[in-house]
Design a protein around this ligand. Structure first.
Ligand SMILES: Nc1ncnc2c1ncn2[C@@H]1O[C@H](COP(=O)(O)OP(=O)(O)OP(=O)(O)O)[C@@H](O)[C@H]1O
Ligand SMILES: [Mg+2]
Length: 225
């Protein structure tokens, strides 16, 4: 059976202004039910790899398959659609829209995927409740704590019920109590909801909570434990 995410011999090179190799011949498979951490020194290519997994960037060589579907030959529109419906992102900086309430931020990807306003709002409310921040729904991000904002960002990542959740230092701006909540949520999303979670992190507590730790050095995967 094919994995949820299958990466085969992926490299990413830049030609300008000088040649750089961001990712070197990476192969990786992640199945539903798994929480995988990607760790390694600053500058080793973790974010670059995550952008390739999330179809935010295209590899120079190699292939990224999502739910058995090859993504290389897809147009940008098709990749955007695949991303919208199958992948949720949680970054270090929440990237919530400052002028929208928490509820509207979470509903936005649903509207983009074609859900009508009422249904989107109901679903967004349910997601906020699931993350324990129902009471914050009417607030704009600048009126919330950092931990609350990051939970809104997770709710938004789940908007269209994606099978794959990608995190890039999602606990980078949080204190240890809020980090622990995010980690617990990631574990639950993988183990109970049977999604796949791939998370780039420097945080040893996040790494320790993952099922697998993929070690990157100088653009390549050195091994895992
Ligand atoms: N657009 C770019 N042009 C040139 N070099 C780049 C570009 N993007 C990334 N790099 C370089 O590629 C390497 C990998 O960057 P990347 O952001 O993937 O590292 P990282 O492992 O995520 O680091 P950190 O832990 O600090 O976030 C770095 O040496 C970086 O300087
Ligand atoms: Mg990075």
């Amino acid at each position: 059976m094919s994995g949820l995410l299958e990466v085969e011999g992926v490299s990413r090179r830049l030609a300008d202004p000088q040649p750089v190799v961001l990712v070197r011949d990476v192969s990786l498979r992640v199945d539903r039910g798994e929480f995988v951490a990607i760790i390694g020194p600053s500058g080793c290519g973790k974010s670059s790899l995550l952008y390739l997994l999330g179809l935010l960037d295209r590899p120079t060589t190699g292939s990224v398959r999502i739910e058995g579907r090859a993504t290389e030959a897809l147009s940008e529109t098709e990749r955007t659609r695949l991303r919208l419906r199958h992948i949720g992102f949680v970054f270090q900086f929440h990237f919530l829209l400052p002028e929208l309430t928490a509820l509207a931020n979470v509903a936005l990807p649903m509207r983009r995927a074609g859900l009508d306003g009422r249904e989107a709002e109901e679903r967004a409310r349910a997601l906020l409740a699931k993350l324990g921040i129902e009471a914050e729904g009417g607030k704009r991000p600048d009126r919330m704590s950092g931990g609350q904002r990051q939970r809104v960002a997770i709710a938004r990542a789940l908007a269209n019920d994606p099978a794959l959740i990608l995190g890039d230092e999602p606990t980078g701006n949080l204190d240890s109590a809020n980090s622990a909540r995010v980690v617990e949520e990631f574990r639950r999303l993988a183990h109970e909801e049977r999604r796949a979670v791939v998370c780039v992190t420097h945080d040893m507590e996040v790494a320790a909570a993952a099922d697998r730790r993929v070690h990157m050095v100088d653009g390549r995967i050195e091994g895992e434990d």
